[in-house]
Design a protein around this ligand. Structure first.
Ligand code: ATP
Ligand code: MG
Length: 269
């Protein structure tokens, strides 16, 4: 059965219909069931990653998108910590350099796609090229409108070569963003994350939501689905992401290479 937070291919997403405060059947982060479920899913992710690496035939690309302070870094810290760094890498995509801007928008992305047996986590991604670029009008409308098709074709190319793509939109409310940005200002250990630019982006909240709605609606495909994750509660966000990752890896069903009977008889001297 499709996951309840998955955007069905072809579905038109209206973010107003997704409650960022949602936390399912769980009361709070202290609920024992929350702790147990998170631990079980993270254990499954660790085991399946090991098999994926041993098998060496498939790869997994995890994409994290969201507004400032939506919790991309926190998700990496709490969920991706279950991944063995041996076969996993995390890449953050910032404002493109002049060299990157001199190429097509996927040029800087493709080189970080995971190799067979590996997992890559993208903190922001090629979706910035239809989100921030669109909202700020950094390229012509004709150019960014063409990119949804380019993205779907690019992700199909990855899928056809054995890479599963899962995309998470961490959905917070405007009010929750205010609380989190305010917290950054008050806490000396978090202030470094604050960028006065973020306030200008916050002013354009509705335009960002409209851009996200198009990306979610036009680019959720059978080979690279989008998930809208209720993210006002950090603990629920972690639970959902871990659950979807465990489910995705189970579905990929990586296998250890079959044991060779001749090797079982070898005596090491
Ligand atoms: P946080 O959410 O914690 O603030 P962050 O991901 O915003 O972290 P920053 O270093 O603050 O990290 O910002 C990176 C910036 O780069 C973002 O504002 C993002 O919109 C911008 N960016 C990423 N890709 C592109 C792109 N292709 N074109 C223009 N800007 C981009
Ligand atoms: Mg930022």
């Amino acid at each position: 059965m499709a996951h309840p937070f998955m955007v069905a291919p072809g579905q038109r997403v209206s973010l107003a219909k997704y409650d960022p405060d949602f936390h399912g059947e769980y009361a709070s982060k202290d609920d024992l069931a929350v702790v147990e479920k998170l631990q079980a899913d993270l254990r499954a992710v660790t085991e399946l990653q090991e098999k994926l690496y041993a098998e060496g035939k498939q790869a997994l690309l995890i994409i994290l998108q969201g507004m400032d302070a939506a919790g991309k870094d926190g998700t990496i810290k709490h969920v991706m910590a279950a991944l063995n760094p041996l076969s996993c890498h995390v890449v953050g995509f910032k404002q493109p350099t002049s060299e990157e801007l001199a190429h097509d928008f996927l040029w800087r992305i493709h080189q970080h796609a995971p190799a067979k047996g590996h997992i890559a986590v993208f903190n922001r991604s090629h979706y910035e090229d239809v989100i921030v670029v669109r909202v700020k009008g950094l390229v012509s409308e004709k150019l960014w409108r063409g990119r949804y098709e380019h993205i779907n074709a690019f992700e199909k190319l990855l899928a056809d070569n054995g890479t599963r793509v899962v995309k998470f939109f961490l959905h917070i409310s405007r009010d929750e963003q205010r609380r989190r940005l305010q917290e950054r200002l008050a806490d000396p250990t978090k202030q470094w994350k604050f960028n006065p630019e973020d306030l200008r982006e916050r002013e354009r909240w509705d335009e960002y939501m409209a851009a996200y709605e198009d990306a979610l609606s036009l680019c959720s495909t059978p080979w690279a689905p989008w998930y809208v994750v209720p993210a006002n509660h950090k603990w629920y966000r972690n639970l959902v992401v871990a659950d979807i990752l465990a489910q995705t890896l189970r579905d990929m069903n990586p296998q250890y290479p079959p044991p060779r009977p001749d090797l079982g008889r070898v005596q090491i001297k």
